[in-house]
Design a protein around this ligand. Structure first.
Ligand SMILES: Cc1cc2nc3c(=O)[nH]c(=O)nc-3n(C[C@H](O)[C@H](O)[C@H](O)COP(=O)(O)OP(=O)(O)OC[C@H]3O[C@@H](n4cnc5c(N)ncnc54)[C@H](O)[C@@H]3O)c2cc1C
Length: 290
């Protein structure tokens, strides 16, 4: 591993100042679970790392103005235990099959997003939940839909002087008479039941109006250069009665929308077939949760 300087700022301002004053060889450090592997493999060779663990402004989960604001340093373990995440079933399901308890205690949500792996477990649920991402630099704060953040494998819209500061999720209440019931579900297919990188993953979000699916989002992982929405599959279901025929057709379309690769773990054809299976199952599961 190449030597590097480690900065440990105590405030967000200090972290942003460090990023602004250095060149592209400075990198933020969250829980380090991806970064350490990358450093050892010399996939990244930064001169300086900015450790974010001591920055309080990046911690905490709060509910305000109809949104859940999830601090960048929120760990996967916290998503499992904090009751504020209860409305976001898909996110909780992804957290429950994420690595193992030790990794979940260190790995952060911003680190999962920052790594931009097509197989990152938290990414399909966040896309299905229509998450917004807040990016801060010394001079600017910008909020963008997460769907616009991923540009390719390990490539994002984040500039070198920016940090992910929070992730925002719209909170609705199934008890409220003015909003329709909403539900979400996630499944990761791996070579082992837990602690395995996904072969495919699927997250869905549904809004129900009587016997109709009023709105729907379907997100897929590990079957394209970046986590993706299956928008044509969504069109088959949006505004339609929940029916076996629509479900089958939507799942079939989803399997044609993705572009998986064949590798040692599975063929592209198998991955496509599994997308059809799990899109259908996750829609059924989310519907049953209403
Ligand atoms: C044994 C093992 C098992 C794993 N299992 C899984 C799994 O089941 N599912 C899965 O999805 N992943 C898994 N991972 C990968 C990893 O744990 C996750 O991607 C994790 O979420 C990374 O978070 P981190 O806080 O450790 O990020 P780090 O390693 O600290 O950083 C990752 C990247 O994000 C950037 N970054 C971190 N924080 C910020 C920020 N606030 N703003 C901008 N950029 C930032 C860093 O610069 C770096 O590029 C596993 C890793 C290991 C070692």
């Amino acid at each position: 591993m190449r030597e590097f300087d480690l900065l440990q700022p105590k405030t967000l301002n200090d972290a942003l100042e460090a990023l602004a004053q250095n060149n592209a060889t400075i990198r933020p450090l969250g829980g380090g679970t991806d970064m350490l592997v990358d450093l050892r493999a010399r996939r990244v060779q930064p001169d300086t790392l900015v450790a974010l663990q001591g920055v309080n402004e990046l911690r905490g989960v709060t509910r305000a103005n109809g949104h859940l604001h999830v601090g960048a340093s929120t760990t996967i373990a916290e998503i499992l235990k904090n009751p504020l995440f209860a409305p976001f079933n898909a996110l909780r399901q992804a957290a429950s099959v994420f690595a193992n308890p030790m990794i979940r205690n260190s790995a952060t949500i911003a680190g999962n997003i920052g790594s931009a792996s097509p197989a990152g477990d938290m990414l399909p649920p966040l896309l299905a939940l229509n998450a917004q991402i807040e990016l801060v630099s010394r001079n600017e704060t910008r909020v963008m839909p997460l769907s616009e953040f991923f540009l390719g494998p390990r490539k994002t819209a984040k500039r070198a002087d920016e940090l992910i500061s929070s992730i925002q999720l719209l909170v609705t209440s199934n008890q409220s008479p003015v909003s329709n019931p909403q539900s979400s579900a996630f499944y990761k297919l791996g070579l082992r039941q837990a602690d395995a990188i996904s072969l495919v993953s699927v997250a869905v979000w549904l809004e129900r109006d009587g016997e109709k699916i009023r709105d729907v989002r379907i997100a897929l992982g590990a079957v394209a250069p970046r986590p993706m929405r299956a928008t044509r599959a969504e069109e088959i279901l949006r505004g339609q009665i929940f029916s076996e025929t629509n479900l089958k057709e939507s799942a079939r379309i989803a399997s044609t929308e993705c572009s998986p690769i064949s590798d040692l773990r599975a063929s592209a054809d198998y991955r496509r077939r599994m997308i059809a299976v799990y899109v259908r199952r996750m829609i059924e599961q989310a519907w049953q949760h209403f």
